[in-house]
Write a protein that binds this ligand. Structure first.
Ligand code: ZN
Length: 299
């Protein structure tokens, strides 16, 4: 019997919430990035990943989950960035589910909660109360109707302490923000680790899992989840950014060149936030990175 016969997955991509205000250097109104949630389910039970961050997103996602008719046992969070989990409490309450993450991610969730009044609530209205209720599980491993769901810590990607969910019986990795798919990558936190080398190492760890399917945390819903393509494109984007950072002297120049290079990528606001942070750090050597990273989202 095929071990995956009664196990499958589906992806729901939530639209980004409306942005409070402002425009990008090219005149586009500011926005956000679509957030992908994955439901892994068997005959009866299901596990959900990264449930988004506004009450509206929780409502849309919750209705989609409910229509699958499974018992939602756990909600797994890949990393601390609030756009992936601030709505977790609403989903946990609606379905009577537990929120789970690695210890590293839970620590980063507290960092995001502390940043809410400085950053998230200034930019995006409609975020519900977001106490950190996530717990670790023994061995960072869940079992869903006899199938292993393994949390694999891969370190820094677009923030610290990322983990991905490996489902060997599905040839699936739910990769959070280690892999992107048709959306601009958040580059800002590379300033805290001296560049993209740690992220490249995280991508190598995802690739080594040998999955055929990779679900990226931010994606264009019209694209597939082919592991080889999404991994190669994420590497290429980081390489392009790295090369351009060596030659481009201004944030606006970097932004314009990247949107020319990736005209169909979603989430230009994410590109601009990261670009502002990198050039802000460059222009203020010795200054603390934290406030500059936050300012990247507000300028
Ligand atoms: Zn993200």
């Amino acid at each position: 019997m095929n071990p995956a016969e009664h196990l499958t997955y589906a992806v729901f991509v939530n639209d980004p919430p409306p942005h409070g205000s402002g425009f990008l250097p090219n005149g586009d109104p500011k926005g956000g990035s679509p957030v992908a949630s994955t439901l892994i389910y068997g005959d009866q039970d299901a596990v959900l990943t990264d449930p988004g961050f506004t009450a509206d997103q929780a409502h849309a996602l919750g209705d989609w989950v409910a229509a699958k008719g499974r018992n939602l046992t756990d909600i797994f969070i890949t990393h601390g960035h609030g756009d992936h989990w601030f709505a977790a409490g609403l989903l946990a309450e609606r379905f009577g589910a537990r929120v789970v993450a690695t210890a590293g991610t839970i620590a980063q969730m507290h960092v995001s909660v502390a940043a809410r009044p400085l950053l998230w609530d200034k930019v995006y209205p409609g975020i519900p109360p977001s106490p950190v209720t996530a717990v670790t599980v023994p061995g960072d491993r869940l079992t869903l109707e006899g199938h292993d769901l393994v949390m694999v810590e891969v370190g820094h990607a677009d923030t610290d302490d990322n983990s991905v969910l490996h489902v060997p019986d599905l040839g699936l990795v739910v990769a959070g923000d280690v892999i992107y798919n048709g959306a601009h990558i958040y580059l800002g936190e590379s300033v805290t680790v001296g560049g993209f080398a740690p992220w490249r190492a995280a991508i190598d760890q995802v690739e080594a899992l040998g999955a055929r399917h990779v679900v990226a945390g931010h994606q264009n819903r019209h694209l597939d989840d082919a592991a080889d393509r999404t991994i190669a494109e994420t590497r290429q984007y980081l390489d392009d950014a790295d090369d351009l950072l060596k030659t481009e002297s201004t944030a606006v120049g970097f932004f314009n060149t990247m949107i020319d290079r990736y005209p169909d990528h979603l989430a230009r606001t994410v590109l601009w936030a990261g670009t502002s942070a990198i050039y802000g750090v460059r222009e203020h050597p010795g200054a603390e990175a934290g406030p500059i990273l936050i300012a990247g989202w507000l300028t």
